[in-house]
Design a protein. Structure first.
Length: 283
């Protein structure tokens, strides 16, 4: 779920058009939450050096520095914009296992622009989220040592009602038993616990007809099988300050290894988050 405001000030780098697709030096700028764009490249024409089919040829080099005391995994959203700030495209990069004090470098590219797109002249780091490396959701196709893979979807929003789905896949070699609800811990941008939010099992009266009030039943997942859960809330804002929760630490059951997902919960001032019991997918 996209947050109503960025978690950090946007870091913008003006492209210095060097021509012929040569890298351009970026103006000096402080890192944004450890992420800094170091150079940009733009071809002088559609057939410039380095341009591939389905690729604009526009790219940005960046570096990520972990100033903390533990290894972190970063997810970074880069926006490619016009001079006026209109976003022509964006790219998400995931940088895993950046050790304390370490710097990791990478490059992001803008895909082929759509018909009638305006000229891209800027690259912007618009959002950074980071989680403990040991708790990051696994890469696609990878199975953690725990033998279970927990992920969150992009969420659904309608008329102030928000729902984010959780999926657990048994990617191991043994059966995996579930009975009840995932255990949740809400974390702020600094990965500290968020206080004052009540987590309710079932719908908690937020709405009906969503399946959240279906009773919990024991499940045994064989290798390759999955279970679903979900988070639900309303982002109603009345008196008080609205609460935004970027991270949720999820344990499939008591004693399970934690996985920290980043659904960006915009909880408003309701102070309540509903969680659904694990259930098998239908259909």
């Amino acid at each position: 779920m996209r947050p109503p405001q960025h978690l950090l000030p946007a870091l913008t780098v003006l492209l210095l058009l060097a021509g012929c697709g040569a890298p351009a030096s970026a103006p000096a700028a402080p890192p944004a939450d450890g992420v800094r764009i170091t150079s940009v490249t733009v071809p002088s024409g559609s057939d410039g050096p380095g341009v591939r089919a389905g690729d604009s040829g526009i790219s940005a080099a960046y570096e990520v520095t972990n100033g903390g005391t533990g290894a972190l995994a970063y997810t970074i959203l880069f926006d490619f914009t016009t001079d006026a700030g209109e976003v022509m495209g964006n790219t998400t990069a995931t940088v895993r296992a950046v050790g304390p004090g370490a710097t990791v470098r990478g490059t992001v590219r803008l895909g082929a622009p759509g018909p009638g797109s305006s000229r891209v002249t800027r690259v912007k780091v618009s959002r950074v989220t980071k989680v403990p490396a040991a708790e990051a959701p696994p890469e696609a196709g990878a199975c953690p040592p725990s033998g279970i893979r927990v992920t969150a979807d992009d969420g659904d929003a309608a008329m102030g009602l928000r729902v984010v789905g959780l999926r657990l896949e048994n990617c191991g070699k043994a059966d995996y038993a579930l009975d009840g609800y995932p255990q949740l811990e809400l974390l702020d941008g600094d990965l500290s616990p968020v206080q004052g939010i009540r987590i309710v099992q079932g719908s908690g009266g937020i709405t009906t007809g969503t399946g959240f009030d279906d009773p919990a039943r024991p499940l045994v997942l064989k290798p390759g099988e999955s279970a679903l859960s979900g988070l639900m809330w309303r982002n109603t804002t009345e008196s008080g300050d609205p609460v935004n929760v970027p991270h949720v630490r999820v344990r499939a059951k008591e004693g399970a290894d934690p996985v920290t997902v980043t659904p960006h919960l915009d909880l408003g001032t309701t102070g309540r988050l509903a969680v659904r019991a694990w259930t098998r997918p239908t259909g």
